[in-house]
Ligand binder design. Sequence first.
Ligand code: GLA
Length: 376
Amino acid sequence: MLRRWNVWMVAILIGTQLLAAMGAKTRVSKQAFGKDSEGKAVDLYTLADGAVEARIMTYGGIVVSIKVPDRNGKLSDVVLGYESVDQYIANSPYFGAIIGRYGNRIAHGRFELDGKTFSLPKNDGDNSLHGGTRGFDKVTWSAQPVENGVELSYLSKDGDQGYPGNLQAKVIYTLVGNALRIEYSATTDKDTVVNLTNHSYFNLAGEGSGDILQQRLKINAAQFTPVDSTLIPTGELKPVAGTPFDFRTFHTIGERINNSNKQLQNGKGYDHNWVLDRKTEGELVEAAVVEDPGSGRILRVLTSEPGLQFYSGNFLDGSIIGKAGHVYAHRSGFCLETQHFPDSPNHKNFPSTVLKTGRRYHSVTVLQFDIQKAGN
Ligand code: GLA
């Protein structure tokens, strides 16, 4: 009898320890956050897992804040943005937003699919940028809480912004163990093109704390896609070796940004797509790592996507006043947009962005936050 009790006690003890090791679940809460321009209610979801807290709103699926400790435990918000929906609606260079249906540019706002030509709004000179004039960043998504996060859904109707097919898109944000995971999926009822991403602007020293030029970047890519002066890829895959685009070992963002280099001139700094090194298509690989020597914060970006747009905040010019009255000066935030390559529908040699009827688009990106120990 006594023996059986002992066995039970041991089993219960092991069980309790296992649960403790798994950690408490991420707390997910919801609050009202104003209205969009059509009067639709917008909600703000807070995901907190202890050390890191991320806030996501249903308008644009926007990541509004990510609070991360520095090496002394001091929390800072490491993404640029605003405090109210109205400000995001009034004027935002895609701060924190889900980008769709097509991340980055499509040349001349035009592509061909299944022998038909489709025309898209030209909202960036002669090109279509980030899904058109009313992309996924400017609509309110339906939301429901899920384990450790929130699931957002949006039905983009056939013909929306010129794209074919009713596209049912879903984005699931979850926060587990200091990592914000973004899972994108979509289905369509007509063949179409899709390229979803998230457009968060990071500053690991904290938003509003100055430029990001001393933050150190590594990108695991041996090639990038050069662009013309309108930021449309030439179609070439160019080795980064011997150029300011070689981030295979850590360099500060600012080290070579003002070098005389045609590609840097075209981008007004870095605004290019890197071809990520990978052995197997679609597996999760480490795309980039950023370290902020001052705070000790580290961001690791993992993705199943073939490309990464590194944008060094070149269009920020101090005219935007963000959270807490912070002035967002030139290059005070950087974006690492995991993606298929820009203008893929017009480049047969790029990985395809075509989503066929009956198939499912699926893509995962993980933003993992770490802390550099003092002396490292
Ligand atoms: C992307 C583009 C940039 C710019 C920003 C938003 O990163 O590649 O050229 O449009 O979005 O300002």
